[in-house]
Design a protein. Structure first.
Length: 629
């Protein structure tokens, strides 16, 4: 057997010399031919060009040796290395992840305030303390030459702590978050909210102080002298743009912002006013005689002047407007006996009880026709005599309408107090007079704004201070919110359906918490509905320091009470100083939230209760007015 079958050898053993002189050699001295190389056994499916695999024989059994080739050992070592790498990588993630879990991701900051590594509660407390003050910067508004300052609470600005922290990674972090927490920073933008409705009210308050309405032309009389008021352009605060700009300024962290005014044009022309002024002089040049069946009464020039104005007609001109009903009062008795005149049914309170005063039909001058005829005469000239016409006049309120309505007892009364005699008292008493004797039939809703209309100087109202959108401003009719609050509480205690009202922005200790009303024409109203089967008679009374509203009807409940919650979510008030002209100093009031539930009692038990009403009072900044230094 050839040794070549065991593979190539590293060294060849020296062959013994073959030759004639060698022992046992062949004669002739020639070497035998070289044996051909051994051929490996053919292997199926193997590359014939590949070198044969070495085969090593054993001591006698022909078994391979007890070690493996290098590639096999490498293949077995590689998985072990990979497992070790995976274990180390897992530990490198899991260990810091466990340490970071349950807290805000390390390296997290909100507007420069570090909250990484803190629990959510700790982070919230830190943001309220450090970031809340940073964001609570006022905004200065420039409106032409006027400057004003709006505090954050006036815009309803509030740091949404929960929403802000909700943006920050927390809980059990992922690998990327762990890496970021170990090597970098995570910046989170603070989430700030603005109460758009509150900011709109604040802007409305600003507008009340800067708006200049376009003034229509008008002619009225001072005594017998006609006075012309020429039309003038006006400017109005662009409210929507102001809300947007101020809101953006607060979200930027305060600063200054310029607000824009929009032009407002009158409908009347100067030429129309001059023409009406000439007509007005002619209107009071002589009396107007009223005639009826041989009877006469005169409207003197002074009476004409007292009830005549020239107002816009909607087409750019001015037209005469004559209040015939008021002008007739002193002269109608000369044309129609008082016993013939109509009378509305009503009630008078006598001895603490309502007493029915029956209605009565009558005859009277048709005021509507008289107004038409006088206006036509004054516009065209001609004879200054008007033949009036009588007719049967039906009272507006009949006896039958109120006789069976069960108006027999006091079902709800409330009073509020005020300091004597400022301008606002005039307005409170004027509104009380407008509502005194009002009858609210079953199913009807009483609206204060509809009942009194727009508060005007001609209607007997004066300019006084009132809080509008959180700001004290002077408006015609200022202070009537106190009357609205008084009526609201009378209706509350009377058990009637409270349809619509809006609480005041700030708490005033002179009113029950959660039971006050802001009144502003035409946007904020008080409405309550007579949801009973009985009529309701409204009676009002005023003194120099108080106003009272009493509702007369038939009681449906033994007692009505207000169940008040504890005051919660206290908000401290800030302090500010203003040097602006017209500054009105205010005493600071803290803000809070309160719930009020109305309870209805019968036979000693609660038989009904209203849905809980939640009122949130804002803190009112203590404003000090000082001279510019």
């Amino acid at each position: 057997m050839s040794r070549d079958i065991f593979g190539p050898q590293d060294q060849q053993e020296p062959r013994p010399a073959q030759g004639p002189s060698a022992p046992g050699g062949q004669t002739g001295g020639a070497l035998p031919p070289k044996a051909p190389p051994a051929q490996p056994w053919p292997m199926k499916d193997k590359d014939p060009a590949a070198p044969p695999a070495p085969v090593f024989g054993g001591g006698g059994g022909g078994r391979p040796p007890s070690f493996e080739p290098e590639p096999v050992r490498r293949r077995r070592l590689l998985p072990g290395v990979l497992v070790l790498v995976i274990v180390l990588a897992t530990l490198a993630y899991v260990v810091p992840a466990v340490m970071m879990s349950g807290a805000v991701l390390r390296g997290t900051r909100v507007a420069g305030v570090e909250i990484g590594g803190l629990t959510v509660t700790q982070a919230a407390d830190k943001l309220r303390t450090e970031l809340g003050a940073k964001l609570s910067k006022p905004v200065t508004v420039n409106i032409g030459s006027k400057r004003d300052t709006i505090q954050p609470d006036e815009a309803g600005l509030e740091l949404d702590v929960v929403g802000t922290i909700g943006q920050a990674p927390s809980g059990f972090p992922g690998p990327v978050e762990v890496w970021r927490g170990l090597t970098g920073k995570t910046d989170v933008q603070p989430k700030v909210t603005i109460d758009s409705s509150q900011l709109t009210r604040t802007v409305e308050g600003l507008a009340e102080g800067v708006d200049k309405q376009a003034r229509e032309g008008r002619v009225a009389f001072s005594g017998l002298v006609p006075k012309a008021r020429m039309p003038e352009d006006g400017t109005l605060l662009d409210r929507d743009d102001a809300v947007r700009r101020i809101g953006e300024a607060f979200l930027r962290g305060g600063g200054s912002v310029a607000l824009t005014m929009s032009p407002a044009k009158p409908a009347t022309a100067t030429e129309a006013v001059e023409s009406a002024l000439a007509d007005a002089r002619k209107a009071v040049s002589a009396p107007v005689t009223l005639t009826l069946a041989g009877k006469q009464a005169q409207l003197t020039p002074a009476m004409i002047a007292a009830h005549l104005t020239y107002v816009p007609d909607g087409d750019g001109a001015l037209a005469p407007q004559f209040d015939a009903q008021a002008a007739l009062e002193p002269v109608e008795g000369g044309l129609v006996d008082a016993t013939q005149q109509p009378r509305d049914a009503t009630y008078q309170i006598v001895g603490g009880k309502p007493v029915l005063v029956a209605a009565r039909k009558g005859r009277g001058v048709n005021a509507k026709l008289l107004a038409r005829d006088v206006e036509k005469l004054l516009a065209s000239g001609g004879a200054r005599t008007v033949e009036v016409k009588l007719g049967v006049v039906t009272p507006e309120v009949t006896t039958n309408q109120i006789r069976g309505l069960g108006i027999k007892e006091n079902v709800g009364t409330f009073s509020t107090s005020f300091d004597c005699c400022p301008a606002r008292v005039t307005n409170i008493r004027r509104m009380a007079q407008d509502l005194d004797g009002r009858l609210v039939k079953p199913g009807e809703t009483l609206s204060l704004n509809e009942a009194t209309g727009e508060r005007t100087v001609e209607g007997g109202y004066v300019e006084a201070g009132q809080i509008v959108g959180g700001r004290m401003v002077n408006i015609i009719g200022g202070g009537v919110s106190q009357f609205a609050t008084t009526m609201y509480n009378a209706a509350f205690l009377g058990g009637f359906d409270l349809v619509e009202h809006e609480p005041m922005d700030y708490y005033a200790s002179s009113y029950p918490a959660g039971r006050d009303v802001a009144l502003l024409y035409p946007d904020r109203d008080l409405k309550w509905r007579n949801d009973s089967e009985y009529g309701v008679l409204v009676k009002t009374a005023t003194t120099a320091t108080s106003v009272t509203v009493t509702l007369w009807s038939t009681k449906r409940y033994d007692k009505i009470e207000a169940d008040e919650s504890e005051r919660r979510d206290p908000k401290p008030f800030g302090r500010a100083t203003s040097t602006e002209p017209g500054c009105v100093a205010t005493i600071g009031q803290p803000g809070f939230t309160i719930d009020v539930t109305r309870l209805f009692y019968k036979d000693g038990e609660v038989v009904k209760k209203d849905k809980k009403l939640t009122t949130k009072y804002r803190p009112q900044t203590a404003l000090t007015c000082g001279a510019a230094g």
